[in-house]
Design a protein around this ligand. Structure first.
Ligand code: NDP
Length: 314
């Protein structure tokens, strides 16, 4: 059996990224019920919201699901207590040191994966005792690594560096890219943008429609001085470019970013003032479908591509 499927007790090694403002019990349970692994994106949830979503997941699926916990989240202790209280079986940590909470989570019987953007950090995560790493390349939406390593370069390096299962993320939206990632040494994939564009995702319709219009080159990696983030080339992005052109300091950039921009854009659908975090694969996404269709199409395409590759000769 595939090591990622075995680790999490799932049918297909397809994980839905725990994107802020886009997840909820509807999406997470739909992914898990279809044989993948759904993750609640706790980074945009106050503790009472996370509790409600966990309770709803427990009602909507009897399959494993997890929580993505960005470690710079302010009320992390409360989130951890909820995860333990409701015996959520899987946690994906990101944006912080895996040394901080892995031991505690594992002592509670929770499987832990940590998101990394370099081989060095993958090794540190393995040393911290995580069960798997998500190696996320430059193409990914939202918070991104400072190294700017593409998925094509990152996955083989991480797979050669660690002995724990590697889950590839960044630029994966279909069975062909899943097969490519697994050929490079990953044992599973995490898809974010593709699951944003599902009926069950909590993303605002305006945000989904903006993604449908996105073409190659329409996402940009910016704000490296604060936290590198990939977002749609929108009114807010143009304001950031203007600030750079005017020689803005880090404090001025922080002031421009302000608070709650991601919520404005992704949850409230304000395309002018909001930040619209999405990956490069947005240019390849041509419609909004159900989470089950995403998984079924991905697995179907994976097998078709596998046959085609078997016939390649030179
Ligand atoms: P901001 O500081 O700009 O705003 C905080 C936002 O988070 C607000 O919209 C707020 O909602 C919401 N929020 C949820 N829980 C809390 C809490 N306990 N305390 C304060 N605010 C809370 O942050 P961002 O929107 O840029 O990021 C939000 C979180 O998501 C952070 O933890 C960040 O690290 C994480 N993140 C993770 C990404 C990833 O790729 N994994 C990408 C981007 C962010 P309200 O307006 O209703 O108060």
């Amino acid at each position: 059996m595939n090591s990622v499927s075995q680790l999490f007790g799932i049918k297909f090694p397809i994980i839905q990224g725990g994107m802020i403002w886009c997840t909820g019990a509807n999406l997470v349970s739909a992914v898990s019920n279809a044989g993948g692994l759904g993750l609640l994106g706790a980074g945009s949830m106050y503790p009472d919201q996370l509790e409600e979503e966990i309770k709803n997941c427990l009602k909507l699926t009897d399959k494993p699901f997890g929580v993505n916990l960005p470690l710079l989240y302010p009320n992390i202790e409360e989130h951890l207590n909820l995860i333990e209280k409701y015996r959520v079986p899987i946690v994906f940590t990101s944006a912080g040191s895996p040394k901080k909470y892995t031991e505690r989570l594992k002592a509670s019987g929770i499987k832990v994966a940590h998101v990394v953007s370099s081989s060095a950090f993958a090794l540190k995560s393995q040393e911290a005792g995580v069960d798997a790493v998500v190696a996320e390349g430059f193409e990914a939406g939202g918070h991104n690594g400072r190294e700017e390593t593409t998925t094509l370069c990152l996955i083989p390096s991480v797979a050669e560096t660690v002995s724990i299962p590697v889950i590839a993320a960044g630029g994966i939206s279909c069975g062909k890219s899943m097969l490519a990632a697994m050929s490079l040494g990953a044992q599973g994939v995490q898809m974010g943008s593709r699951f944003v564009m599902t009926h069950e995702s909590a993303a605002h319709e305006n945000f989904k429609n903006a993604i449908l219009q996105a073409k190659e080159g329409d996402t940009k990696l910016t704000l490296h001085e604060i936290t590198p983030v990939r977002l749609l080339n929108s009114t807010f992005y143009k304001a950031v470019l203007h600030a750079y052109d005017s020689g803005a300091s880090i404090d001025e950039l922080k002031e421009l970013l302000g608070r709650g921009r991601a919520k404005k854009g992704m949850s409230l659908g304000d395309l002018e003032e909001g930040e619209l975090e999405i990956g490069q694969v947005s240019a390849r996404i041509k419609g909004v479908i159900s989470a089950r269709e995403v998984i079924e199409q991905t697995i179907g395409e994976f097998h078709e591509a596998q046959k085609r590759v078997g016939n390649i000769s030179f």
